[in-house]
Design a protein around this ligand. Structure first.
Ligand code: HEM
Length: 115
């Protein structure tokens, strides 16, 4: 899917959209650079690259790591929508975009921790 460089571009394009989103933007802490770096490490491993996130932070336990963030269906949809726009903007091939969205949708809805 384009390796490290593509993951960097995804993260750099994604977070400005997330922060600009009225629903989920305010959920993020001030130091977005740290979140971006962690997301880069995580997505690298999530999409089959080296286990960079686990090497530094241990088992991802991503649902647990989102427990302090109020996530309902609207928040999950907003996150996925920012990701969809990002992949479109970067003009990744259609098939790859669909595959990535499929892989991310499960976790996004799974992280929901309130109705
Ligand atoms: C469902 C909607 C989602 C929302 C609203 C959301 C929101 C957040 C927020 C607010 C943080 C920062 C927490 C903090 O530092 O206090 C965070 C961290 C993170 N999120 Fe999400 N997230 C969502 C879905 C996802 C998905 C689907 C993934 C990946 C599959 C993901 C991966 C991460 C990672 C890797 C971090 C950094 C975790 C760490 O601290 O080590 N998030 N998320």
């Amino acid at each position: 899917m384009g390796g490290e460089q593509t993951i960097r571009r995804i993260v750099d394009t994604f977070y400005p959209k997330v922060l600009a989103d009225p629903l989920i933007g305010p959920l993020f802490p001030d130091g977005i650079e740290e979140v971006k770096e962690k997301q880069f490490l995580f997505l690298s491993q999530f999409f089959g690259g080296p286990p960079l996130y686990s090497e530094r932070f241990g088992h991802p336990m991503m649902r647990a790591r989102h427990m302090h963030v109020p996530i309902g269906i609207e928040e999950a949809r907003a996150w996925l929508s920012c990701m969809r726009q990002t992949l479109e903007e970067l003009e990744l091939p259609d098939e790859l975009r669909e595959a990535m969205m499929d892989r991310l949708s499960g976790p996004a809805y799974h992280f929901m921790n309130r109705t």
